[in-house]
Ligand binder design. Structure first.
Ligand code: R5P
Length: 273
C-alpha cells in the first residue's frame, strides 16, 4: 500500500502499541439523538484528548466538530435506515469517497449484514467501497452488524468477520463473544470490538480486556464511554486497558480516581491514562 494509506492507518492504530481506541459517536445515523450525544461536541470535546480517533457521520463532523479538533476521523459511509424501519438491516452507501476526501478522513466505516435478507447488497457495496477507498489510500473498517434476533456467537461472528476480510476490509469491527480467539484467528485483518449497550464500567473494562487478550487490537466504543456517569474517567480507564495493558481492576482504579466533574483538557503529551 502507498504512503498515504499507511499514514492513515498509523493515525487509526497507534504505532507505538499496535492498538487503537476509537471513540464511536455515530449512533445518530439510525438512532437519532442518542442519550449523551444530543449535542455531540459538548460530550466529545473532553474525550478527544484520550481517543486515537473519532467514528462519526459527515453531518455531525461538519456541523458539530470544530475543524481545528486534533483527532483523526473514521467516517461512517453506510446507513439509510432507522430503528423504526422493518428493514433496519438494509444499509446502503450514504457518502461518496470524494466527500470523505474533502473531509480529510483517516478511514471510512461500512456495515455489512451477513445473514440478513439484504446480505448480498451490503457485501457487494462493501467491495465497492473498498475499491473506491483503495483508489485514494483510505482504509476501510467493516462493521459486522447483527440483527436483534440473531445470535452473536463465535460461529456467526467468525463467518461475518472472515467475509469482511476476504472482501478487502482493512479492519473489522465486531462484537465480543465467548470463544473470541476463534473469531480473531479466522479473520485475515485486525479486529476491534464495539462496546454495545451501556453496562457497568467494570464489566465494559473487563470485556475490552478479554477481547484484547483474545487478539483484538482495540475497541470502537461509544455508549459505555459517553453514557458513563463520568465519560472522561471512563475513557481514561479504557485507554489504560488498551495502551498500557492495565487490568480491568487497574482500569477501575483509574475510573474511580478520575470520576467526578470533567477535568480541564490535557494536551496529548500530558496524557498518561
Ligand atoms: C453501530 O453500528 C455503531 O457503529 C456504533 O458506533 C457501534 O456499535 C459502537 O458503539 P457502541 O460501543 O455504543 O456499541
Amino acid at each position: 500500500m502507498d504512503w498515504g494509506f499507511r499514514n492513515r492507518m498509523a493515525q487509526i492504530v497507534r504505532p507505538s502499541t499496535g492498538r487503537s481506541l476509537m471513540l464511536a459517536v455515530d449512533h445518530g445515523y439510525f438512532m437519532g439523538p442518542t442519550h449523551g450525544l444530543e449535542k455531540p461536541w459538548d460530550t466529545v470535546k473532553a474525550l478527544v484528548p484520550y481517543a486515537d480517533c473519532l467514528a462519526l457521520t459527515r453531518g455531525v463532523l461538519r456541523h458539530a466538530i470544530p475543524p481545528e479538533a486534533d483527532i483523526p476521523i473514521i467516517l461512517r459511509v453506510s446507513g439509510g435506515t432507522s430503528i423504526l424501519s422493518k428493514e433496519l438491516l438494509r444499509e446502503g452507501i450514504i457518502t461518496s469517497m470524494q466527500d470523505a476526501l474533502r473531509l480529510n478522513v483517516a478511514g471510512v466505516a461500512f456495515s455489512i449484514l451477513v445473514g440478513s435478507p439484504h446480505e448480498r447488497d451490503t457485501l457487494l457495496n462493501l467491495a465497492k467501497v473498498v475499491d473506491e477507498a483503495e483508489e485514494y489510500g483510505i482504509p476501510v473498517l467493516a462493521i459486522t452488524a447483527v440483527g436483534k434476533d440473531m445470535v452473536r456467537d463465535a460461529r456467526y461472528l467468525s463467518l461475518a468477520c472472515r467475509i469482511a476480510g476476504e472482501l478487502g476490509a482493512h479492519l473489522v469491527k465486531t462484537y465480543y463473544c465467548d470463544g473470541f480467539e476463534q473469531v480473531v484467528e479466522g479473520c485475515p485483518v485486525p479486529i476491534v470490538i464495539a462496546g454495545g449497550k451501556k453496562i457497568p464500567e467494570f464489566d465494559a473494562l473487563q470485556m475490552a480486556h478479554q477481547a484484547l487478550r483474545a487478539g483484538a487490537i482495540g475497541v470502537d466504543m461509544g455508549r459505555n464511554i459517553f453514557q458513563s456517569e463520568s465519560p472522561q474517567a471512563m475513557i481514561r480507564a479504557v485507554r489504560a486497558v488498551i495502551h498500557d495493558r492495565a487490568s480491568p481492576e487497574d482500569g477501575m482504579e483509574i475510573y474511580n480516581r478520575f470520576k467526578g466533574p470533567s477535568l480541564p483538557l490535557l494536551k496529548e503529551t500530558q496524557v498518561t491514562a
